[in-house]
Write a protein that binds this ligand. Sequence first.
Ligand SMILES: [Zn+2]
Length: 476
Amino acid sequence: MEKDFYITTAIAYVNNRPHIGHAYEFILADIFARYKRLLGTPVFFNTGVDEHGQKVWQKALSEGQDVRKYADLNTGFFKELTKELAISYDRFIRTTDKDHIKTAQWFWQRVKAKGDLYLKDYEGYYCVGCEEFKEEEDLTDGKCPIHNLQPEKVAEKNWFFRLSRYKKQLRLLIKENIIEIVPAHRKQELLNLLEKAQDVSVSRSKKRVPWGIPVPGDEDQVMYVWFDALLNYLTAARKNPRSLSIKKSDFERWPADLQIIGKDIFRFHAILWQAMLLSAGFSPSRKIFVHGFITLRGEKMSKTLGNVIDPFNLIKTRGVTTLRYYFARYIPTTEDGDFLPELFDKAYESDLANDLGNLLQRFLVLVTKNDVNLSGFIGREERLPDWYIEKMENFQFAEVLSEIWKIIGEANRLFNKERPWEKLKTDPPKARQTLGIIYRFLLDISFFLSPFLPSLSQEIDQQLKTFQPKILFPKT
Ligand SMILES: [Zn+2]
């Protein structure tokens, strides 16, 4: 049996509500998952939330809340967002799920049996924002440059993961594209990072951070949140999550075919995670796709700058179709991209309402008013053309949409040139022929749009079936 095409997003950290970057990553992964399904490939799409760690613990504490309730609350917002964005995931994993905790502990023991975990006294600077120990050379004026915070000085006994043992093997796997890094320019960056990589502390003192998965056989320690979180990908790869004992062969969906992640956490996925897999005897991930950040008029969005855009608001103002369209069409998948409110409006008014919505409307009104019989015109093939597949496989979402809009433009030109509303009186067979061609165009357009704009595509299909025109994008 063919293995599922296994696609993952990063799991969102629940120390806050979702921001626009989460929405972006959900949508990228969803477009690809829907595209694969359209090809007839069995897909398993995993997304979810990362709930443990010091940052969540402290945030809950500072808000006077029980940490579990706090995690539940924010998880609720993430679930709500995936629902509003029409994300077609197969599993929404939580790192507090029972099967995940079991998998993480099973995995820990496997790595330990391999001799890759050892206890060491450690003293270092810990940035809670990054959930990571920092080297002194990583700090600017004694502060974490990302969070502008002075890291805590921590001295404790921790479990260390022998990452250094896998550096050579990893280098080869990355160089030979066994682990494929997309875009390619991230590969050199990764090889440089790998050069500097050292053994990693993978546990925390329970006294300091009680919110985590207990380390098997060590009552004083919980797992480091990254060690725990990365394992979600393996947990979701098990086909029978309820079976009591775990064997390596249970992870039938592994390896992941495509892991979609942001550039800030790229190295955790491409180094630590892959080394963990090798240690436990699993194949590495097949492909890691790294996307950029969304900026607002060229500026990074942040709470401190007060320019954060709430994805729920964007959905409320222009609808989910416009948001999905904007991200796919106007944000380059592998680079940072700008959110421009005026372009967001234009996407709705011009691209969607005018180019596409009007075309469908004019066509349907004309056909129904004149009772034009379009039976006999062949329907669509329901097959994606080569140009489409080639671009999708290279994550050229904007280029695919641009091609689809060329077809829309073509249909509009034909409509205006042939003037079927006049020809229905003077040359009915010719008018019927023109409308038949436009009908076929619209069926194809809707099919091609379905991975990008699933609910719109459904609505167009419905209208083309019932011939009952309904305005898709009302004037606002
Ligand atoms: Zn930091």
